[in-house]
Design a protein around this ligand. Sequence first.
Ligand SMILES: NC(=O)c1ccc[n+]([C@@H]2O[C@H](COP(=O)([O-])OP(=O)(O)OC[C@H]3O[C@@H](n4cnc5c(N)ncnc54)[C@H](OP(=O)(O)O)[C@@H]3O)[C@@H](O)[C@H]2O)c1
Length: 223
Amino acid sequence: MKIGIIGGTGGMGKGFAIRWCKNHNVLIGSRDATKASESALEYSKNASEQYGTIKGTITGKDNLSVTKESDVLVLSIPYENIDSICSQLLPNVKDDCVVISPIVPLTKTDAGFEFISFIEKKPSAFELVQKHMKNKSKLVAAFHTISEKKLIDSKLILDSDIFVCGDDQNSIDVVNELIKEIRTLRPILLGPGSLSYLAEIATPILLNAMIKNKLRNPGIKII
Ligand SMILES: NC(=O)c1ccc[n+]([C@@H]2O[C@H](COP(=O)([O-])OP(=O)(O)OC[C@H]3O[C@@H](n4cnc5c(N)ncnc54)[C@H](OP(=O)(O)O)[C@@H]3O)[C@@H](O)[C@H]2O)c1
């Protein structure tokens, strides 16, 4: 399976690439193809150091090429740039491509981390992305509460849950399998895409808890 990561040069992109290249071919996307290739090379070296050998590959390309080739496409981009990026890219996905949104509408205020959608009365990340989808049911929200630091180090025991929201069971199944491939992560279904804001809002909760209580890279687990 080819997994494309739009904005794959960022911290989350690195984490996803290092985890999934064990079994899949990962395509790092960037607005700048050279930057994408450099990141892909760095991640490949890092993955080889961590695992010895990997079954898949990590290569870098411009965002549009990645979009056209991917079977699963992760939108690893800031909330503020959803419209500009998705309007260009999402009309070009393969018909059966599953699109994953880990995007969190997050801002830092004097009070702490807050949820942009509430304080600025804006749509959730899922709603914004879905507007640009050819097949709206192929969008799945996941990975909001796992930090890039934890994904990047494959030796870490994550022991965390990942909230999943979506409208198509086949697409949810694909994402659940990718979550389970990351050792000690567990997918937890919250409901349809319309409830994705509940998963997205978990991130500012987690970050405020982390800062105020001096916790180190906390995660969420339902017990
Ligand atoms: N970091 C975390 O631990 C974490 C955890 C959970 C969820 N998330 C969510 O996951 C997403 C990715 O997080 P991240 O920390 O990896 O993000 P990031 O480093 O801020 O950005 C990721 C990539 O997005 C592209 N980008 C940045 N500004 C852009 C713009 N103006 N227009 C188009 N593309 C732009 C850049 O790629 P190019 O310059 O190469 O195009 C950048 O490398 C975010 O929505 C975040 O809320 C993050």
